[in-house]
Structure formats: structure tokens, C-alpha cells
Design a protein around this ligand. Sequence first.
Ligand SMILES: NC(=O)c1ccc[n+]([C@@H]2O[C@H](COP(=O)([O-])OP(=O)(O)OC[C@H]3O[C@@H](n4cnc5c(N)ncnc54)[C@H](OP(=O)(O)O)[C@@H]3O)[C@@H](O)[C@H]2O)c1
Length: 339
Amino acid sequence: MSSSDFRCRVAVLGATGLVGRTMIKVLEERNFPVSDIVPLASSRSAGQVITFKGREFIIREPSKEAFEGVDIALFSAGAKASREWAQVAASEGAIVIDNSSAFRMDTDVPLVVPEVNPGDIFKGDGTPEPIIANPNCSTIQMVVVLKPLHDRFGLKRVVVSTYQSVTGKGKVGRDALESELAGEKQDEFTHFHQIAFNAVPQIDVFTDNGYTKEEMKMVNETRKIMGDDAISISPTTVRIPVYGGHGESLNIELERDFDIDELRELLRISPGIILQDDPSARIYPMPLTSYERDEVFVGRIRRDYWHPRTVNMWIVADNLRKGAATNAVQIAEVVAARW
Ligand SMILES: NC(=O)c1ccc[n+]([C@@H]2O[C@H](COP(=O)([O-])OP(=O)(O)OC[C@H]3O[C@@H](n4cnc5c(N)ncnc54)[C@H](OP(=O)(O)O)[C@@H]3O)[C@@H](O)[C@H]2O)c1
């Protein structure tokens, strides 16, 4: 078969969710070589139909049979479903790319952002690992920016504050904001407090050290992806009532001093980054302008004059795309390129 004839059967577990729907859209937009889509979701959605390139596919519940003949399985149905179905799909021969937190910190599962560590996808013999984890959305956009800085200047410490979209919490997160804005009900459960007109400095539950699970994901996942346990990350994660993407304010202390123009140019030419940095023209990244885009947008780059070798910047990415679906499809592209 010539490489142009090559087509994969792709299962999407969580096909009706915010990430799963975006995965199907991104597969179509990027012209991933798909023969069939196998859309899977809960019993609530079984029997409904999704459309891919004008063809209709019926949504089923996951089962061993559903994964038969599947080449790539994109999972975005939460950690419980991933734990239940990842080994089943892998035993049927599928390469599983998992968006949940189920396997991210397992030592035998690579945690991959293609701009940073694409080589981790493959075993020593050159075949792909059976299960590959997609990092947390807040981690992905940060490491795309940290990687070139680490390679050129060495990373010492990062202080990061996030401004995260309600869509990061899936359909219930989006619906909570919409119903509050419509005055239908005040939902104090989904985001721990009312989210409309508010900012909540808690995402996920607190751990014993005073940081939330979301914050500790940013610490541990960053070290694993960058392959460097010496990097210090000090995060505060905040939910805000926006759609479109997550913003992050980064204060980055480097090992070696830098020229600010050289650093800006380095980011401009690095993969997956779009520089939007002209404050005099009010040009800087925002969730609204990053919405439906696949890149990480970087702006407000300025030296920290009160701390040596330290730079501040503001970054935004669409959490449903680069923070989840696009990153997973990019991993699939790296896998498929070797088939
Ligand atoms: N949202 C983000 O920005 C983001 C970013 C990175 C990673 N993730 C991760 O991606 C996953 C999905 O997130 P989301 O935002 O898309 O959530 P969502 O909008 O709530 O969608 C959840 C999806 O999972 C399906 N599902 C739930 N339980 C299932 C089960 N037992 N068996 C089969 N399917 C089941 C749902 O099907 P029904 O429609 O039938 O209920 C739906 O398709 C989560 O693990 C999340 O942590 C999300």
C-alpha cells in the first residue's frame, strides 16, 4: 500500500463531550488519514449519530468488540472510563492516546507534547508505546513555551497563575456558567462557588500541602515532560467565567542571563507558538482571539527588573484544542507517520 492510501480506524471514547467533539473536528480539519470513526460514549448517548466528512457514524457504548480493528483510540471520557477501557483497546491492537489523568504519572506511560518530547512516544525498537498520555491542559500550553527557554537559557523557577476557562470542566462547567448567567440557578457545586461574575482560586480538590490537584499536575507533569526534576514550579490555578481558552501569567527565572529581544525572537520562531506582543498597539493574547486556534499565543514579554535573570509573560491557548484535542491528534500524527 502506498503511504497516500494509508487509512486508520479511529475510535473516540467520549465522542459527545467538549473534547471528543473537538477531536472529531480536528481530525477532519487536519485531514488525518481516517477510514472509519468509531464514536463511543455513555448509554445516555448510544444510538445518536455523529458526522465526519459528511458520513454518519452511530455512537455506541464501549466494549471489547467496539475496539476490534481500531488502530488509534483517542480517549476523553474521564479517568474512570480510561482505567476500564485502555488495556482492552490496547489488547485489541489499538494505540491509546488518553486525555484523562489516569496514566499520566505512570512510569511506563509516556506523557507527550509533540513540540517538546515526541521521541518519548516510541519504545527502543521504534514501535509506539501502547498507551500514551496527553497532559493536563494548563501544563501543555506552559511547556510549549518553557521548552525553548530551557534549552537556550536553562530553567530555574517558574511562578505561574492561571485564568482558566469554564470549558476546562467539560459540559457541566460550561452549563453551570450559562445557567447562572440566564438567572436560572446559582450552581455552587461545579466550580465550588458561583462562577458568573466571579473568579474561584480553586480547581479540583486541595492536597495535604495546600496546593490543589490541578496545581500539583502542573508541577509533576512539567518535570516529567521536560525530563528534569530540578525545575521549581509554583502554581496558583484560578477558574474564571470565560470561554475560549486558558490564560497564564508566567514569571520565569532562568539559569543564564538573556537579551530580551533575543528571547522574544527565540519564542517567535519556536514550534507551536504565535507571538502577539505589541502593547503600544494593544496587541497581546486573549481567550477570545485564541479561540478555535491550535497554537499557544505569547505576549506581554518583559524583563522582571526586580529579580535577576527573570522574565514575565502572558500566554493563552484554547484548552479544548492545544490543551486537549489538537495535542492528542498531533501525537496520532507522529505515530501514523511511522506506519
Ligand atoms: N475540557 C478540557 O479542557 C480538557 C482538557 C484536557 C483534558 N480533559 C480531559 O478530557 C476528558 C473529557 O473532558 P470533557 O471536557 O470533554 O468532558 P465532557 O464534556 O463532560 O464529556 C465527557 C464525555 O465522556 C463520556 N462519558 C462519561 N462517562 C462515560 C462512560 N462511563 N463510558 C463512556 N463514555 C463516558 C460522555 O458521554 P455522554 O455524553 O454520553 O455522557 C462524554 O462524551 C476528561 O478526562 C478531562 O479531564 C479535558
